[in-house]
Design a protein around this ligand. Structure first.
Ligand code: F6P
Length: 542
């Protein structure tokens, strides 16, 4: 792996600082006035998507420098390394080969790909066995409900996809339990019957405390309902790379589907970790999801950087993160089914690029991964858009929407889309003093001047608009892969290792130490004063 020069030392960096200084005070409207073709030039139709990035604080010169920065940081070579299986996850000495999980059959005769195909065959058999009623529980009843027990990457991806593809659901219902808060499991089990429930324990490591704790209780629940230990094989499957631990738990290798160390947890929904998806939407649709992602992979691999949607999205993100001091990015899907999309990419981005040591082991002196957040439109409009429109922070936003709804209901979808368009327009154009005064015609001058500053919108708030025809499994695959690759490119620019997550370890270690201290009523004094105080207050309160 080639490690590039410090980001601020790359030649394009200084150019970008100059462009940013110039564009910070340029109204986007003015950029439109300077170029009649702006919408066309700053749009891209590819991979079944239409991306409009003309409402960005960007002009051609800045765009060229951003792409120069990508070249200078080695994005092209890095893309090649990603696909060829170079061990780019250096701190864990592994490649990151999630793209292989959705590769097409043609021309891939590697051992790894054969394993992927074998796993897909097993997933198909399991999903079909459930959907056609062949898979029965211990009392002979067909399985009606699947519970995915997993957390982080072993939960968020399958949950996002199952929710997003609700119109494609078959008869099998799917539930997700992640939190070690007992409410999560208890509330899920309350509405289920052990005789007709199948648990899929998803844990790459099979060491995750939350998942193991929930799985043990689920197991006891099935046994308490009348199943014998021999019956458990009909009710428990695991997806893991730790067969030994799964077997110790009581799941024999025949009931385990593979997960590989060359797949990062947050990139794993394409693997057997997606079994709950296949069970819920049917295997054919799961394949279609994979094909959609593969389509984006080809786009990402083959398109020149300037015509490459993930690269453009990544560089626009870098633009605001490193040159405009933006600290966060909002992802705003105008589609209720995509309500977990931002939550999913919160992990995707923040676990991947929330790093402050570069790939040569040096402490970083520039900004890396932003805070990612968002909610579906129009709900977000009635919650936090006030701050995006008139707050003191710059929050670049991605607006995403399908042109067609799965639910033709009155003119709801047109209403939804009118809000999408209105918001991006309002964020860019704002509302001037003159417009406010004109709107208040008939009021006294004092009344107008009292309210003027409150009613003015500065505008110039940047947005991307991503439109697609319909949210199908294929399209969802495309969209997810697109954002995955955006994260990858940004990791290259920020020169961090995007596929490890050492930052989640310390809290886990300390929790292990604290847990036994919570088992009695003795007051503790072995921590800092605040932590001692909190633990002791908890013991008194409980
Ligand atoms: O704690 C973070 C993490 O390691 C994630 O990266 C991962 O997706 C999640 O925990 C679950 O891990 P596992 O699949 O090994 O249970």
């Amino acid at each position: 792996m080639t490690v590039h020069t410090l980001l601020p030392d790359l030649p394009a960096y200084a150019e970008l600082e100059a462009h940013a200084a110039r564009l910070k005070s340029t109204p986007i409207e003015q950029l439109f006035e300077q170029d009649d073709n702006r919408t066309k030039v700053f749009s891209l139709n590819a991979a079944g998507l239409s991306l409009d990035f003309s409402k960005q604080l960007l002009d051609t010169k800045a765009r060229i420098s951003l792409l120069d920065l990508a070249e200078q940081a080695g994005v092209r070579q890095s893309i090649e390394n990603l696909f060829s299986g170079t061990p780019i996850n250096n701190t864990e000495e592994r490649p990151a080969l999630h793209t292989l999980l959705r590769a097409s059959q043609a021309g891939k005769q590697t051992e790894k790909f054969r394993e992927v195909l074998a796993a897909r065959t097993r997933m198909r058999a399991l999903a079909e066995g459930l959907n056609n009623g062949e898979h029965k529980g211990y009392s002979g009843h067909i399985i009606t409900d699947v519970v995915n027990i997993g957390i982080g990457g072993s939960d968020l991806g399958p949950r996002l996809v199952t929710d997003a593809l609700r119109p494609f659901h078959g008869d099998v219902r799917c539930h997700y339990v992640a939190n070690v808060d007992p409410a999560d499991l208890r509330d899920t089990l309350k509405c289920l019957n052990a005789e007709t429930t199948l648990f899929i324990i998803c844990s790459k490591s099979f060491r995750t405390e939350e998942t193991l704790a929930n799985s043990l209780v689920a197991r006891a629940w099935v046994l308490n309902a009348g199943a014998t230990t021999e019956d458990l094989d009909r009710h428990f499957l695991a997806v893991t790379s730790n067969l030994e631990a799964a077997e110790k738990f009581g799941i024999p290798p025949d009931n385990c589907l593979p997960m590989w160390d060359w797949v990062g947890g947050r990139y794993s929904l394409w693997s057997s970790i997606g079994l709950s998806i296949a069970c819920t939407i049917g295997y054919e649709h799961f394949e279609s999801l994979l094909q959609g992602a593969h389509h984006t992979d080809l786009h990402f691999k083959e398109r020149p950087l300037d015509q490459n949607i993930p690269v453009l999205l990544a560089m626009i993100g870098v633009w605001y993160n490193n040159f405009f001091e933006a600290e966060s990015e909002a992802i705003l899907p105008y589609d209720q089914y995509m309500h977990r999309f931002s939550a999913y990419f919160q992990q995707g981005n923040m676990e991947s690029n929330g790093k402050s040591t570069d790939r040569s082991g040096t402490k970083i002196n520039y900004q890396t991964g932003p805070i990612i957040w968002g909610e579906p439109g129009t709900n977000g409009q009635h919650a936090f858009y006030q701050l995006i429109h008139q707050g003191t922070k710059l929050i670049p936003c991605d607006f995403l929407a399908p042109a067609k709804s799965h639910n033709p209901l009155s003119d709801h979808h047109s209403k939804l889309m009118s809000n999408f368009f209105a918001q991006t327009e309002a964020l860019m154009n704002g509302k001037t003093e003159k417009e406010v005064s004109d709107e208040m015609a008939g009021k006294s001058l004092t009344e107008i001047s009292d309210l003027l500053n409150y009613k003015v919108f500065e505008g110039n708030r940047p947005t991307n608009s991503l439109l697609f025809k319909e949210l199908t499994p294929h399209m969802l695959g495309r969209l997810i892969a697109l954002y995955e690759h955006k994260i990858f490119v940004q990791g290259v620019i920020w020169n961090v290792y995007s596929f490890d997550q050492w930052g989640v370890e310390l809290g886990k270690q300390l929790a292990k130490k604290i847990l036994p201290e919570l088992h009695d009523e003795d007051l503790v004094s072995s921590h800092d004063n605040s932590t001692n105080g909190l633990i002791n207050t908890y013991k008194i309160f409980r």
